[in-house]
Design a protein around this ligand. Structure first.
Ligand SMILES: Nc1nc2c(ncn2[C@@H]2O[C@H](COP(=O)(O)OP(=O)(O)OP(=O)(O)O)[C@@H](O)[C@H]2O)c(=O)[nH]1
Ligand SMILES: [Mg+2]
Length: 333
């Protein structure tokens, strides 16, 4: 019997549900499903499944039999669950392999729609869905791929893998308070004293439908100790490789100098905009955006500015098809 082939149809990141597609001869698929399902689902049917390895239960989930040769397993979307399930599938002789788009998405009636469905599964950002929903019709309307399409596809790649956005600036201006307000939970320690954040604090955030890897950096101290100086070196290295640097300050604290970077776009944000001295402070004229984490004002405007720094309205509104190849990478010839 030829082994069953399988592939993830969802990105390897935390999510509510993960999706594994299995493809192979009907009998081989039956045998694999029998190892995890209470009863092997018939075509069009579903079954509850239970995954277990020598360490114990991995997860409970649902199996769907889309066709005699294709089935989907839907465990919960934890990364650890995905890793253990991967090992479980290998132990059952199944082989991880790129599957044809139409095998992965048998509900699609043409290869372009199936390619778009696979791309949706690869993309971390919600904004990708609106570009891919009518992908087959866009391909038909767009005609052959142009240089414009290739350049746009490279820019749209920020919707696939979360781009890095860092918040940097003087110490004690409210960077971590803003991080917590955006995350709507406490991820970073905040305090009245300068030098509270000692190590970069990463958190996944979404701005106007674009998912980013946000990093709250230690503040720039006026008189850093040796250890603070080495933390600042690490922070500036992270900032230099970011897609966007949110350069933050507060009324009266001035705009810090930033080492030039070739890649990062810089967005200047005035924090603590609720303070009485914020309206007339000198920093305001140099700010692209202003907000108050304490009063939750200006946060939508900041989110929009960050999203626009990552991907423009023009690229999102362009009616042409998104030019990606079979590996979900921008088409480059
Ligand atoms: N009025 C006002 N105060 C704020 C706001 N955000 C933060 N603060 C205050 O600013 C101080 C510093 O806040 P943090 O968030 O710890 O500042 P930080 O920039 O992360 O500081 P470091 O980690 O030391 O670089 C705290 O006393 C906060 O209460 C705000 O929106 N309005
Ligand atoms: Mg901080």
């Amino acid at each position: 019997m030829t082994p069953v082939q399988w592939a993830w149809s969802t990105p390897m990141q935390p999510g509510a549900i993960a999706l594994v597609t299995l493809h192979g001869e009907s009998a081989a698929l039956d045998a694999l499903l029998a190892a995890c399902c209470r009863s092997v689902p018939a075509q069009g049917g579903t079954a509850r499944c239970h995954f277990a390895d020598p360490l114990g239960t991995i997860d409970d989930g649902v199996a769907v039999r889309a066709s005699p040769t294709t089935a989907m397993l839907m465990p919960h979307g934890g990364v650890r669950i995905a890793q253990r399930l991967q090992t479980w599938l290998r132990s059952r002789g199944a082989i991880e392999a790129p599957l044809p788009d139409l095998a992965l998405f048998p509900e699609c009636d043409n290869p372009h729609a199936a390619a778009a469905a696979r791309m949706v599964g690869r993309c971390a950002s919600r904004r990708a869905i609106e570009l891919l929903r009518d992908h087959a019709a866009r391909i038909e309307r767009s005609g052959p791929t142009t240089d414009h399409d290739r350049a746009r596809a490279r820019r749209l790649h920020v919707l696939v893998d979360p781009p890095t956005v860092v918040i940097a600036g003087p110490s004690n201006v409210g960077k971590s308070t803003l991080t917590n307000a955006l995350a709507r939970r406490s991820v970073s320690v905040t305090d009245d004293s300068a030098g509270t954040t000692r190590d970069p604090v990463p958190v996944r955030l979404e701005f106007d439908g674009v998912t980013v890897a946000w990093i709250d950096l230690p503040g720039l101290l006026e008189e850093p100790s040796a250890i603070d100086a080495s933390a600042a070196t690490i922070a500036s290295r992270i900032a230099a490789n970011a897609h966007v640097i949110v350069l933050a300050t507060a009324p009266g604290r001035g705009w810090p100098m930033l080492a030039p970077t070739s890649t990062a776009k810089v967005l200047r944000v005035l924090l603590q905009d609720d303070r009485p001295d914020a309206a007339r402070c000198v920093e305001r004229s140099g700010a692209d955006s202003a907000c108050s984490a304490r009063c939750a004002t200006g946060l939508d405007g900041l989110a929009l500015a960050i999203r626009r720094a990552l991907v423009s309205d023009d690229d999102l509104d362009d009616p042409r098809a998104w030019a990606f190849d079979a590996d979900q990478s921008p088409i480059v010839e």
